[in-house]
Design a protein around this ligand. Structure first.
Ligand code: NDP
Ligand code: MG
Length: 390
């Protein structure tokens, strides 16, 4: 029996994880679930998998949850310390890190420091803390498996040396595919007018609202370039973004002999989730087999950095190093929130980020405290930029 904690159980990844787990009750047992605000959804999940512990964001949410599940043996807690505890407790083996944004950093890091098997969906945590996070994984002998579909595909296409790019493996490039999101072909001059709902209508994937906006700006791909750098130890120049609107090939690795290895599948996050849960075995995920005879033509082309300035900003942040990716991530979170709340337009997102990156100088990242201090400064600068545009 593998005992599982799901951080962010009420989200899109959380729901897909619960779906895969429910197919294999003899192999997996849920130890703890977390949510932030969606108390009713968490109560329903507790009812179906009866975890020992459930954690929410506030005392008020905890009181509401406790009322809803008073008949269950589940203990109800709230706050960051409780999140870190369910991620690192001796009673759990595997942690699905599926909180969105910087809020996931502390519990995800706690899981790594406790030497857990960490299934990483929360890319922002790794983008912020890069070297520090990877050091914690190594130092505490944690197992880090990528859930992001592209990184899971790259992991599957690399030689078995545990997902890193070994110097002798003959890897020429990591080819990170990107759908291009809902605005791939929309006239650039009309992008200023798009609504949050239009930005969240992804052509191939159903996801939470923050990552959906990131996909529309292609900041998601930028964060994924940084994520690939840390996960696989590949320098920025070895990572190439390829637009592939059909999202059938989830990413590729090209080798010096001319071989290209790819992972294909229907666009459904239950595939990478099942892969990471069972690794190195395989389990059914509920995803239909890919029918290649039903595929329309698969297309590939290079990204347009003018249409998608956020992608260029992310490459710049990776090359700058230190706390630059943390600044980028923090400013992006503030800008996306402001866009979703209709306080700024879609084209203002990259402006706000640029302003924050100009206002706060990046530096070395010797500790998580230093990273969080920079994160706070970038949020302040971004909020200032939002206010001036509003
Ligand atoms: P959702 O918005 O659907 O879910 C986010 C989850 O995080 C919810 O359970 C939410 O709780 C919780 N949460 C939000 N804010 C906080 C907070 N401040 N403290 C603690 N918990 C919080 O997001 P997704 O599932 O789409 O994405 C989750 C992560 O996975 C992101 O980092 C995303 O980039 C990554 N990812 C997602 C993919 C996808 O297909 N969805 C694909 C690849 C990566 P509540 O809802 O109860 O408030
Ligand atoms: Mg992805």
């Amino acid at each position: 029996m593998q005992r599982i904690t799901i951080l962010g159980a009420t989200g899109s990844i959380g729901a897909s994880t619960l779906d895969v787990l429910a197919r294999h009750p003899e192999q997996y047992q849920v130890y703890a679930l977390s949510a932030h605000t969606r108390v009713e959804e968490l109560a329903a999940a507790c009812r179906s998998c009866r975890p020992a512990r459930a954690v929410v964001g506030t005392a008020d949410a905890a009181a509401r949850l406790a009322l809803l599940i008073a008949d269950l043996p589940t203990s109800v807690e709230y706050g960051e310390q409780a999140l870190c505890d369910i991620a690192s407790n001796a009673d759990t083996d595997t942690v699905m890190a599926a909180i969105v944004g910087a809020a996931g950093l502390a519990p995800t890091l706690a899981a790594a420091r406790a030497g857990k098997k960490v299934l990483l969906a929360n890319k922002e945590a790794l983008v912020m803390s890069g070297q520090l996070f990877m050091d914690a994984v190594r130092e505490h002998n944690a197992t880090l498996l990528p859930i992001d579909s592209e990184h899971n595909a790259i992991f599957q296409s690399l030689p078995a040396a545990f997902g890193r790019v070994p110097a002798a493996a003959g890897v020429a490039k990591i080819l990170l595919t990107a759908s291009g999101g809902p605005f791939l072909n929309r006239a650039v001059e009309t992008l200023g007018d798009v609504t949050p709902d239009e930005a969240c209508k992804h052509p191939n994937w159903v996801m939470g609202r923050k990552i959906s906006v990131d996909s529309a700006t292609m900041m998601n791909k930028g964060l994924e370039v940084i994520e690939a750098h840390w996960l696989f130890g590949a320098p920025a120049d070895q990572i190439e973004v390829v637009i592939h609107p059909q999202s059938v090939i989830h990413s590729m690795v090209s080798y010096v002999d001319g071989s290209v290895l790819a992972q294909l599948g229907n666009p459904d996050m239950r595939t990478p989730i099942a892969h990471a849960l069972a690794y190195p075995d395989r389990i059914a995920s509920g995803v239909a087999q890919l029918d290649l005879t039903q595929m329309a033509a698969l297309q590939f082309f290079p990204p347009d950095f003018t249409r998608f300035p956020c992608l260029a900003l992310a490459f710049d942040a990776l090359r700058a190093g230190g706390t630059a990716p943390a600044l980028l991530n923090a400013a992006n979170e503030v800008a996306v929130d402001a866009f979703l709340e209709r306080r700024i337009g879609f084209r203002d997102i990259d402006r706000v980020i640029r302003h924050a990156l100009d206002a706060v100088e990046h530096g070395p990242a010797p500790s998580i405290e230093a990273v969080l201090a920079q994160d706070a400064r970038a949020r302040e600068a971004a909020a200032h930029a939002v206010a001036s545009l509003h």
